[in-house]
Write a protein that binds this ligand. Structure first.
Ligand code: C5P
Length: 229
């Protein structure tokens, strides 16, 4: 029996901008569980490849980079997570738009996904894990007790991202963000390995018209029904 079956896991999958990141952070805080931001691992692979001068087309070399990622996720006293790659803090650097696009390219490589699989499963430790990603419920943690799939229209997701960037003082174009979200959806949903899709038993929530608090309430209710809290 995989050790992950002994640990309570809630998986939260969905496309970019569906609110997964915020929801997962809040869930982990409220439940006192660990958090896996699996997208960060694909972003870190893309950034490490960039640091080593490796092209995103060189699948063989990127696979090696993914298998040997030297990364630490450090939690400080405010519970914020600091990400350190090869000794350098990259918490903000991995959020750049270009790294997100490169991450979705390297994430379509079967060897890269395989190289990161066990590293993700290792996050499943007691008292429990909130796993944020695209294939958490379908591939990485198929035995999870509760699986959630968050969706929202591409327009709403682009608007959320636009507002987030503007509030940080970063100039952005809504049109460019929407085009990027659509091409990332296309790549994530149509790749041959681990495409983005809800697990058959997932609770599917369209968050287009929902606030963070409303989504959180539904997920916490489901967790209660499953005896997870
Ligand atoms: O969630 P985030 O935007 O940080 O993820 C970056 C990219 O990594 C996604 O666009 C997706 O292509 C890929 N990803 C994935 N599987 C996961 C998490 C992220 O393929 N479990």
């Amino acid at each position: 029996m995989p050790t992950t079956e002994l640990v309570s896991i809630i998986t939260v999958d969905g496309p970019s901008g569906s609110g997964k990141g915020t929801i997962c952070r809040r869930l982990a805080q409220q439940m006192g569980w660990h958090l896996l931001d699996s997208g960060a691992l694909y972003r870190l692979t893309a950034l490490a490849a960039h640091h080593h001068g490796i092209s995103t087309e060189d699948e063989e070399s990127i696979k090696v980079v993914a298998a040997h990622l030297d990364v630490q996720f450090l939690t400080d006293h405010t519970n914020d997570i600091k990400i350190v790659l090869e000794g350098e803090e990259v918490t903000d650097a991995i959020r750049a738009e270009k790294i997100g696009t490169d991450a979705s390219v390297v994430a379509s490589m079967p060897g890269v996904r395989q190289a990161l699989l066990q590293r993700q499963r290792d996050f499943a430790v007691k008292p429990g894990l909130i796993a944020d990603g695209r294939d958490m419920g379908t591939v990485v943690f198929p035995e999870a007790r509760l699986k959630v799939y968050l969706d929202a229209s591409a327009e709403e997701r682009a608007t959320r991202r636009y507002k987030q960037l503007i509030s940080k003082g970063v100039s952005a174009s809504l049109e460019d963000i929407l085009a990027d979200i659509k091409s990332r959806d296309e790549r994530d949903m149509n790749r041959t390995v681990s495409p983005l899709k809800p697990a058959p038993e997932a609770v599917i929530l369209d968050t287009t018209q929902m606030t963070i608090e409303e989504v959180l309430e539904v997920v916490l209710d489901e967790a209660k029904h499953k005896g997870l809290r």
